[in-house]
Design a protein around this ligand. Sequence first.
Ligand SMILES: [Fe+2]
Length: 199
Amino acid sequence: MTSDSYYRVFHHEREHVIRELAAGPRTLKYERPGFRKFSYPDDVASAMIAEIPGGREFGLVPKFVQLFVTSPGYYYRPHKDGGSLRMGINYVLSTGSVNDCRTSWYAEATMSDAPRVNLKRGDLVVSRELELNTPGLREPACTRTFCVEDGAILFNTDVYHDFNMGASESDRYLLTFRSDTGCDYGRALAILTKFGLLR
Ligand SMILES: [Fe+2]
């Protein structure tokens, strides 16, 4: 697979509107050392989704509009998002001066022997993870350092991916959108193509 199988940056002329909305009220939902997750009031989240071309076709939902704030040194092990989330749209809002947050994707075959664990909240699977808790244990198929200038990023969340802020020097703010309709990465690419947005 080429890098196009894991992510695509795309044109989005009104992403500044999303940034303004994202700077508004938000609620801290979860915190652990080096990691904070925020959500938005429904009306704010809906307004952000309305600014994304094709937002309705992707099936983006307000409850999955989240802001992840991660700190220097933080590592999130390989995982697939949610129980069955297949694609996401991400915007890097801020990374500070030294940004070296490396996102990597891994081919399924290189992970076949790794112990698997589903993280749950109640009965809900919130992440499908591999117990590979140290960076660099496997060879990635694709690695990318995303920055604010990338703008809108279509992200394949249904392939094992990790991110490593080992060499970053400031917090990273990442705004994330997810679909609950089963829209997969391939279908999302087709939607972006239809809207003429792929770079
Ligand atoms: Fe993820």
